[in-house]
Design a protein around this ligand. Sequence first.
Ligand SMILES: [Zn+2]
Length: 389
Amino acid sequence: MKRLGHLSPFCLRIVTAILIGALLVSHHVVPALGQMSGASPVEELTATSKVAIDFPTGLRFTTTLSLVDAPMNIQTDEVDLVYLIGDDETERLIIVPVSELRQADDRTIAVGTLIDFQQAGIPPGLEVTFWWQVNRDNVTLARSQPDKTTWFDNRQEWSELSTAQVHLHYFGLDADFAKGILDSAQGTITRLESTYSLDNSRAVSIWVYPNQDSFRGSLPANSRDTIAGGSYIGFSLIAAVIPNQSTSEIGRVIPHEISHQVLFQATYNPFTILPVWFDEGMATHTQVGGTSSYMGMVISASANDSLFDLTSLAASFPFVPSQATLAYASSWSAIQYIEQKYGQEGITALIVAFRSGVSYDQVIRDALGISMDQLNADWKAWIASQIPT
Ligand SMILES: [Zn+2]
């Protein structure tokens, strides 16, 4: 791991569902547009918005709202800003406080408000779709047409490259090297669609920073200091550090993060999320390089009787770096074991079973014909058999 310098192998893996849970504390989720029309027809609200990025806080809106035929009054009318993030379909709503409204004339309200993405833990690099609505007596009076803007790190001058399923944003990298990142990402998506039995993987946005210093400050506040990459799977977003001309880092980081994105879609169901050991095990198997020390690490943990149970790696990984590395190594070796014992068909059967949304134990029974406890015991015995005597 020394050759990686200050970059660590850890990957920030965030499931949108968790973010949404955090968001609901301060925002409200509203019903879909189609379900909202009450008895009276909703008028079209004319909205003229200027949106400024205030990085890393969020987006500041300076907007004029007007109605052609009816008066509006900031004392009686409620103004909402409704928005969608990336291709996530959750509608989020901010009720604009009266202190952020100004009566311009009897049919016009001026609004100055903020979406605080930092507080909500929403990473930069996402398109935001937004519209305005005015409510009176809990009935929506008028609504504007949807508009789009992008929430991104505007401290940098970004260049762009695209394929059908990858939108790459980068700075501080040679163009041919950036093309290599793009090709790695698209190539991995195409390959994994076949391996993970997914028809058409969603397009992924990738934002690449050339060094840790520029990357830091774009992450959620409570992140590790030395994360090399992050996959925000519900948002189809990847953020990563790849130094210019470091081809080995492309191989280590990009296929790994792409694996999280494609596997999430291949196993998506409304009831369960993937156990972390399976997700990281598949990701570390997809990456090129950076895993050569894993088997030795797991064998010596087994010799010291300090190897994890797979069930303890289902919900999260340890935060202490040495333990986190052992968790990655254990996950990698569990996939290695499954492949060796059950073949690629075993892996495919697991992916199909995870997609069905049954319990983890039932997934293992359906796919491999044994219990989770038995899989754990078999894997541990396989590791122990490799302890040098
Ligand atoms: Zn990962």
